[in-house]
Every structure is written in C-alpha cells, then in structure tokens.
Design a protein around this ligand. Structure first.
Ligand code: FAD
Length: 329
C-alpha cells in the first residue's frame, strides 16, 4: 500500500520520470536507419525520460551518426562485431540484456516490425502512451482498445509506426559511446538475405498505397495497379486472399497478419474489406474503394466509392492525372 501511495505521489510530482530512461533498439542495414525507428523514438520521448539508442551491427558508424542528429536522442550506444551480421536475435538478445543492466534502463522499445518481434512478454504494437507504466494497444483486429498497466520493473514494448510521428532527423545532438559486444553465442549463422527489389516507396511509409484483392483474378492483372502506382509514386499492397492465391508475394500483405499502413491515400481495388484487412489500413487519411458489389464492407470505411467492375473502369483509373490527387501530396 505504502509502495502504491509513493508511486502515485512520485508520478504526480513528475519525480518518477526523472529516474527513468528508455533504450530504443535501432533497426538498420548498416547504411541507413529504418524509418520505424524514428516513430519508436517519438514514442520513447513521450515517456518524458532520457532516450538512448542502441546500434548493433558490423560496420554501423553511418547509422550512429544519423541517430546522433535525431531530435530527442540523448545518447547513441554503438556495438560493432561480426556476430551482429544479419541482426540475429540469438546474438542481439545478450547484448540488449547486458546494455540494459549496464545503464539500468527502465524501458526498452523497438518498432513493431518483423525485427521488433521479441521473444519475451512485451507490450506489443502500442498506439498510445498514457504514463510510464500504462500503454494502449488494439485488440480483436483493431475493434477494441485495451489499456494495459505493466508492473515489471523494466518495461519492454514495441511501437506501431503509424501511431507516432517520426522524430525529426536533424537538430539533435546526441553523444556517442561504444559498448562492448557480448560474447558471440554462435548457435546461428547469417548466410544471406534476399530482398524484393522495388523502385516504389516502401509500403509502410508510402504516402499513397494502391492495394489489390482477389477481385484482380490473377497476378498478371496486378500490372494495372503497378502502372497506376508508378504514376502516383505509390506503394502496392494486397489482401491476404490475393497473397494466398499466389498473385503477389506476402511482403505486400496489408492487414492484421500483414503490414499496418496509414497513408494519406489508400486505394482498395477488388477488396471486400474483411475486418482483418481493415485492421491494417483503416487509419488511412482518405480511402477510395473500387468494387462491383455495392454491399461490400469496404464501402463502410471508404471516403469515396466506385461501384463498378474494375476491368471495365480501368480506363478511368488509367486516366487519373497527378493534378487530380494534388491534395494528397
Ligand atoms: C486470423 C486471420 C488473419 C487474417 N489476416 C488478414 C490480413 O492481414 N489481411 C487481409 O487482407 N486478410 C486477412 N485475413 C483474410 C480475410 O478474412 C479475408 O479473407 C481477405 O481479406 C479477403 O480478401 P479479398 O477482399 O481480396 O477477397 P474477397 O473477400 O474474396 O473479396 C474480393 C472482392 O472483389 C470484388 N470483385 C470481384 N471481382 C471484381 C471486379 N471485376 N471488379 C470489382 N470488384 C470485384 C468482390 O465483390 C469482392 O468484394 C485474415 C483472416 C484470418 C482468419
């Protein structure tokens, strides 16, 4: 009881914040920082405490330099070792634990991406920070919000990128410090990474996303969307049904079990609007839907709807001029 009163008092007076410090685990490829780390930094600053970033890699001085300029970052901790090639969880986990212990961080966070999926009991994919121990996350495919209080002394959480603005990439002045790499565990080895190469913007950070569903009927027909996306400098997404049917690769999937996007403009073509798909895109600023079924649930969330056969109106879509979409850029 005494502990509870003290904690409440400390929270009210703001003293608790003073004893807190947050470690953001940076996601990068040794050359550039992954954008979601900037959203995680913004979330970390909302805790009102000092924010440090851990950059682990093989040759990651460039990323450390980028991070030192990011607003809100006080210290950049750099750990370089061959063992961190590919950022394997088996090698990173002991390093994160040792760093937490060395600096007594009260919070550890990362972006909620494939990289940030932690093998502990974190509070995952948070969309709001109420106080240093209270976080909001979505449940039931985004249909309900759950406010979670964490009693752990060290809080581990991941951050939904679309719920926090990215931290400004200049204007900061963080100091840099080397941390000793932990002894390699050696149970796994990085061989290679095969990435889908695309000149289009990355799906989760694109301002415009054009997505296709089962209504496209084949992978070849996705060319319609690629052509439109190239005109609009947009990323191309897909529903799970389109992915499962083999029309497109699974890194294009938007939804509960795919990527979460919140662009300025989301164009859904031949997508019914199942709850699991909506969970990944309903926070988009403007939603346009093209579907031949007037009862399709996607029209309930769409700002603009076109009830039509997508193959018949394709000439309309191809005629879209960049000027028509100016408000979205
Ligand atoms: C646990 C779980 C997780 C899931 N996760 C995801 C997820 O992350 N993302 C996701 O998308 N789904 C997910 N799903 C699947 C989801 O429930 C739906 O099955 C899926 O979203 C349907 O995809 P679709 O809208 O492309 O296909 P359909 O539901 O088959 O809809 C196709 C639409 O195309 C329209 N159409 C057909 N032909 C034309 C035409 N010529 N012109 C115009 N319109 C046309 C139809 O009217 C229809 O509305 C998940 C399901 C489960 C159970």
């Amino acid at each position: 009881m005494l502990k509870a009163i003290n904690k409440t008092h400390l929270r009210q007076t703001g003293l608790l914040q003073r004893f807190q410090s947050t470690l953001v685990v940076a996601e990068h490829n040794n050359e550039t920082l992954t954008p979601i780390t900037l959203n995680a930094i913004t979330a970390a600053t909302k805790l009102g405490s000092d924010v440090s970033c851990l950059v682990a890699g093989t040759n990651c001085a460039k990323v450390a330099e980028q991070l030192s300029k990011v607003q809100g970052v006080k210290k950049v901790l750099v750990a370089q070792h061959e063992a961190y090639k590919g950022l394997l969880p088996e090698e990173l986990t002991p390093l994160i634990l040792a760093t937490q212990k060395q600096f007594s961080f009260t919070h550890v966070c990362a972006g909620a991406s494939a990289f940030g999926k932690l093998d502990v009991a974190p509070i995952s994919d948070i969309i709001e920070i109420k106080s240093p121990d209270t976080f909001v996350r979505t449940i039931y495919a985004g249909n309900a919000l759950s406010t979670v209080r964490c009693n752990e002394s060290v809080k581990v959480f991941t951050v939904r990128g679309t719920s926090f603005e990215p931290a400004a990439v200049d204007g900061g002045g963080a100091s840099s410090e080397e941390v000793s790499p932990s002894a390699p565990v050696g149970v796994s080895e990085w061989l290679e990474q095969t990435l889908t190469k695309s000149d289009r913007p990355e799906l989760t950070s694109a301002k415009v996303v054009v997505s296709g569903g089962r209504g496209l009927k084949s992978g070849e027909n996705f060319k319609l969307l690629y052509d439109l996306a190239d005109k609009l400098n947009a990323a191309v997404g897909a529903s799970r049904a389109a992915v499962d049917a083999g029309y497109v690769p699974n890194d294009m999937q938007v939804g509960q079990t795919g990527k979460i996007v919140a662009p300025e403009l989301y164009i859904a073509v031949g997508i019914s609007g199942a709850i699991q798909h909506l969970a990944g895109m309903k926070d988009s600023k403007t939603i346009v839907a093209i579907n031949k079924d007037p009862e399709a649930p996607i029209f309930q969330v769409a700002d603009y709807g076109l009830v039509a056969d997508l193959f018949k109106v394709r000439f309309l879509v191809q005629k879209v001029e960049i000027t028509d979409l100016k408000p979205f850029f």
